[in-house]
Design a protein around this ligand. Structure first.
Ligand code: MG
Ligand code: ZN
Length: 197
């Protein structure tokens, strides 16, 4: 198994000046499940998330997804199935008028000792390498403390959403370490694109 899969068949990036935004997948773009998302049919976008991605794209953001998918390492689904799930995600995003430039995956089980499973920063470092840039100050949106911790480890701009795990995760941060918090990806997109709802 390769340590990373980068699905970038149709990357459209201004390589000189990518204005990146990094999104976690489960609980941010689609509804999470304690039973894992194991097939394309189990991938259901959260309300407003597809339009939010389209809004970010039309405002000039390059949208990148960084996701822990330990279901691969646990043997619950194959890397090929995960690619099919991401094809479905891309299809729905495209249909809404958006585009995902790349999907970065940690497929490893929690006990595999990899360096890319969030909260470790390896997956975000892979993004830096691919795009030839630092993630310093780049918005990194997640619904779990490990997303926020990974973002902080690379001095990105951590943003927590209250979808998925978010409401629970919000309680885990003492006030002075609390990241920016929004109700949903739609509200994040409004904030990042200067549109007030
Ligand atoms: Mg998540
Ligand atoms: Zn990993």
């Amino acid at each position: 198994m390769t340590p990373q899969q980068t699905q970038d068949r149709d990357t459209r990036v201004d390589a000189e000046h990518p204005r990146l935004v990094v999104l976690d997948r489960d609980g941010v773009i689609n509804a999470d499940s304690p039973d894992f998302i194991k097939s394309p049919g189990e991938w259901h976008a959260l309300p407003g998330s597809l339009d939010a991605i389209a809004q970010l794209c039309s405002s000039g953001f390059t949208v990148v997804v960084a996701t822990n998918q330990s279901g691969v390492g646990r043997g619950l689904f194959t890397e090929q199935t995960l690619e099919q799930i991401h094809d479905e995600m891309r299809r729905q995003v495209n249909q809404a008028g958006g585009h995902i430039a790349a999907v970065f995956v940690c497929p490893h089980a929690p006990d595999a000792g990899c360096d890319c499973r969030k909260p470790l920063p390896g997956l975000l470092r892979q993004i830096e390498q691919k795009f030839g840039t630092t993630l310093e100050g780049v918005p990194a949106v997640g619904d779990s403390a490990r997303d926020i911790d990974a973002a902080m480890a690379v001095t990105a701009r951590p943003i927590l959403v209250r979808t998925g795990n978010g409401r629970q995760a919000e309680q885990q941060f003492p006030d002075r370490q609390r990241p920016e918090v929004f109700d949903s990806l739609a509200d994040v997109a409004d904030a990042l694109t200067g549109r007030n709802s």
